[in-house]
Design a protein around this ligand. Sequence first.
Ligand SMILES: C[S@@+](CC[C@H](N)C(=O)[O-])C[C@H]1O[C@@H](n2cnc3c(N)ncnc32)[C@H](O)[C@@H]1O
Length: 252
Amino acid sequence: MSPVEHEQALGARPSGEATETAAAEHVRDLFNSIAPSYDLLNHLLSMGLDRRWWLRAARSFRDVLSNPKSRVLDLCCGTGDMTAALLTQRPASGEPVTGLDFSAEMLSRARTKYASANVHWVEGDAMHLPYPDNSFDLVTSAFGFRNLTNYAEGLAEIHRVLRPGGRIGILECNQPDGLSGAGYNLYFKHVLPIVGGMISGDRAAYRYLPASVARFPRPPQMLALMASAGFVDSAWDGYLLRAAGLYRGTKR
Ligand SMILES: C[S@@+](CC[C@H](N)C(=O)[O-])C[C@H]1O[C@@H](n2cnc3c(N)ncnc32)[C@H](O)[C@@H]1O
């Protein structure tokens, strides 16, 4: 499936189960293929801001993370940097944090990079989590949620595994409006595919990434989806001229 077909598959919602499955497989193949150069490109293309954003997001949940018994799940953990950022706010004696991703190649890099970290790495699908209802106090995801094939169902699944009073934190890119939006478009649609393509050898993958940001809901729509899924006290904190931001909410 080409990136364009993928976008069509994702965009044509509500879509059939077969289409969503094909789109999810395409996303998994894409991350398996770019895994070897993912970290380098991530740091380069975000100009090192990714590290600050993971830490800033993790600090927003210090109250939950500082409780050593809290149960924490980082979805779409990729090569594990957000998961590791969560550990910076957690006592060394804390229960392990779980990092889950469906790309075996991304996950294998997380396992190697953070071999001694207090993390359970799990290969699994964020749309069908292998946990009973009410399992976690905090579920996070950094730059992964927008890749899901169905946002409402993804939020419902997170809501299901959170205990009442549990918290959600989704760090995602955002397409800003106005002048900063024009600069963002120039960078994301033109510079990123060229540099990403040159280094990873997969230009199509780096065309998919800006397309996935373009189709992701803007903050008001995403907050409405969170409310429909049953989250309360939801808010969005914009980072760097609203080019990214953290969605927070609580399961009632
Ligand atoms: C852009 S990477 C983000 C990785 C990491 N969280 C970070 O901040 O660098 C997106 C990740 O989401 C994962 N992903 C996408 N859809 C998924 C799904 N349905 N279930 C599990 N992982 C998924 C991909 O495999 C990929 O590793």
